[in-house]
Design a binder for this molecule. Sequence first.
Ligand code: NAD
Length: 409
Amino acid sequence: MNSIDAARQYFETAADQLGLSRAVRTLLLTPQREVKVQIAIPRDNGEIATFVGYRVQHDRSRGPMKGGLRYHPEVDGDEVTTLAQLMTWKTAVVDLPYGGAKGGIGVDPKSLSPAELERVTRCFIDQIHEMIGPNLDIPAPDMGTNAQVMAWAVNQYEKYHGFSPAVITGKPLELHGSAGREEATGRGVAIITRATCDALGRSLSGARVGVQGFGNVGLHTALFLAEMGARVTAVSDVTGGVWHPAGLDVAELSQWARQSGSVVGFAGASPLTNQELLTSDVDVLIPAALGGVLTPAIAGDVRAGIVIEAANAPTLPEADEVLHQRGVVVVPDILANAGGVTVSYFEWVQNLQQFRWDLTRIRAELERIMTRAFDEVWALAQSKQVSLRTAAYMIGIGRVAKATQLAGY
Ligand code: NAD
């Protein structure tokens, strides 16, 4: 099963619980608009290179559409459409006044020089500038894009539309970006982990945590969990992993990974593979790298009692069922990793008000929104006796359905 089928299955389970008719399900699943564009640029050597770009606007019933721009060789229309739909439910679960969208280009950014990457980005914005806007559709970084790419994107948009920093979030701080945006997803994951432990009556202090992925999300998640008193005993990246039963020094590990390019070889820690990390003896497992890593076979061997989905779609539906049967509590991606889009929302608000918030305010507001969303999902899961995933989808889909119905057709 791929991520498209998985998202559909999770949607249908929640829609059954909500008693939605087939007609309403079709209405909610059908994207508002899907655009596929040609991106042709001269390469540095003078040859022409052509790529395909996508922007899918899934739903706008709750506000302007929001979603990242992904640069990856495997980006295609189906994937972008699925991710756009997930953004709709994600913004609704945390109750941001947004709909959902997603975009991307089928390109390996590592195969481009910085000048080529800039040309690709400017050409893409030339193609889609009429369909995005501060009150319409607000892109942000995703896999393969970063604050620099957002800076080029907003600059290109402004050539057509004038000063409009609120059209894109995840911008550099020097160009109307927000304090706390870079750490936001990991900080949100840590807040949700603590809330889950509290709700289950388990202590986060001293709890053993395994984190797969040590990029933006994995690193900040590990840093904040260590700060909250957890023992981060296992960490991995694409090249392998390390563990230490007493807990790794996350700040030093981060320094080591920055110098050497990987967590592997960190002094005093033992090696472990990515597969071993997923089934290692920890209390909390946090996949923070790829989708689809928790397969039914691995789910049967997971030893953690809690799985927090920091990555998008790390658990296949059959594996979700195995974990559920085994009593493992899984906090779904649309709730667990919503900290990023939440601080993107703060960036947008600051841009519209032309008033800056400091990091203390950003962190306090993030904590309030993530905690409230967790409490709502937890309470619904308890009252309906459903998984946290089904409860989160029920809240997200239910809010979108209600807004659609109130607005009329
Ligand atoms: P990133 O590129 O900064 O880091 C990815 C990490 O995963 C790296 O450490 C990389 O080495 C590791 N990795 C790659 N392939 C791997 C493999 N086969 N096995 C183990 N590790 C592997 O990406 P990120 O921004 O940290 O995003 C991680 C996940 O979180 C993605 O699923 C992304 O969609 C999701 N996410 C990110 C954000 C955000 O704000 N960055 C928000 C929501 C969701």
